[in-house]
Design a protein around this ligand. Structure first.
Ligand SMILES: Nc1ncnc2c1ncn2[C@@H]1O[C@H](COP(=O)(O)OP(=O)(O)OP(=O)(O)O)[C@@H](O)[C@H]1O
Ligand SMILES: [Mg+2]
Length: 252
């Protein structure tokens, strides 16, 4: 049975999509079957793979509590499968408002697909609305991406508290796979407060750090994962190292 890895942080631009696309691309060649779900109506992961967004495909299945299946899946040139973003996901929270345990909608619709993959990666939007909550509640494992700056640490604490609350309510049954520092600039001065907060995370903090690297954004803009764009770049090497760390953390 495959594991569902949700990548989240309600802070915009914290490196979620970059991690979702590049981790999928790094893990697929290891012969593990990988499905990436672009669960952000903005569709950045789909755009980074040059796959158009749909209008209604995913959200109609969720709204009607149908299992997600092959009809939604696109095979990418990068060696993994993709469920592209659905523009209409933005309307889903309002439409599901009266549904019982709406938070569990995605988890229930995904149960059939879990046996077809070793890893299902879910990219989430920069918010904590029902779309992200549905993804969190579907997670077996949660990966939080965070830039190493003061305001980002605030978002990190909010997300950890929200996850703890969902766990108390019996809605989140996953584990924290790790917190990964993104856009890390080794030359920037870090305040003691940031260092102390990060240190307190202990083993939850991934040892791999994703450096600030222009190659990562160049590759995304050209619709290519960074390891296909420039596999010897420090950005590509960092995501390969993070993939290795996650394979071990998740016992994949
Ligand atoms: N390590 C990095 N170094 C330099 N640029 C990066 C790095 N990681 C991501 N970027 C760029 O920063 C921007 C935001 O990254 P990304 O889209 O991965 O974040 P996000 O958390 O998914 O954003 P959103 O919250 O809007 O979905 C993008 O233009 C991306 O190409
Ligand atoms: Mg994104």
């Amino acid at each position: 049975m495959g594991q569902i890895l949700v990548i989240a942080n309600q802070k915009g631009g914290s490196g979620k999509t970059s991690a979702a696309v590049n981790l999928s691309c790094a893990i697929a060649p290891t012969r593990r079957r990988v499905l990436l779900i672009d669960f952000d109506p903005q569709g950045s992961a789909s755009a980074a793979l040059r796959v158009p967004r749909t209008q209604g495909a995913l959200s109609e299945d969720l709204l009607n509590h149908r299992s997600l299946d092959d009809r939604l899946i696109v095979r990418t040139a990068a060696g993994f499968d993709l469920i592209p973003a659905d523009e209409d996901l933005t309307a889903l929270p309002a439409l599901l408002r009266s549904a019982a345990q709406a938070e569990l909608t995605l988890k229930r619709s995904l149960s059939g697909l879990k046996s077809q993959y070793d890893l299902i990666v879910i990219d989430t939007p920069p918010s904590l609305d029902l779309v992200t909550i549905m993804a969190l509640c579907a997670a077996d494992q949660l990966l939080i991406t965070t830039p190493c700056e003061y305001y980002a640490l605030d978002s990190l604490q909010t997300l950890l508290s929200k996850t703890a609350k969902l766990q108390e309510e019996g809605l989140f049954a996953g584990q924290l796979a790790g917190i990964v520092r993104t856009m890390y600039d080794a030359d920037a001065l870090q305040s003691d407060e940031i260092k102390n907060t990060l240190q307190k995370l202990g083993p939850q903090l991934c040892s791999t750090v994703i450096p600030y690297s222009a190659v990562i954004s160049e590759a995304a803009a050209l619709g290519r994962p960074v390891m296909q764009y420039d596999k010897s770049s420090n950005g590509a090497r960092a995501y390969l190292a993070l993939a290795g760390e996650l394979i071990s953390r998740l016992h994949l």
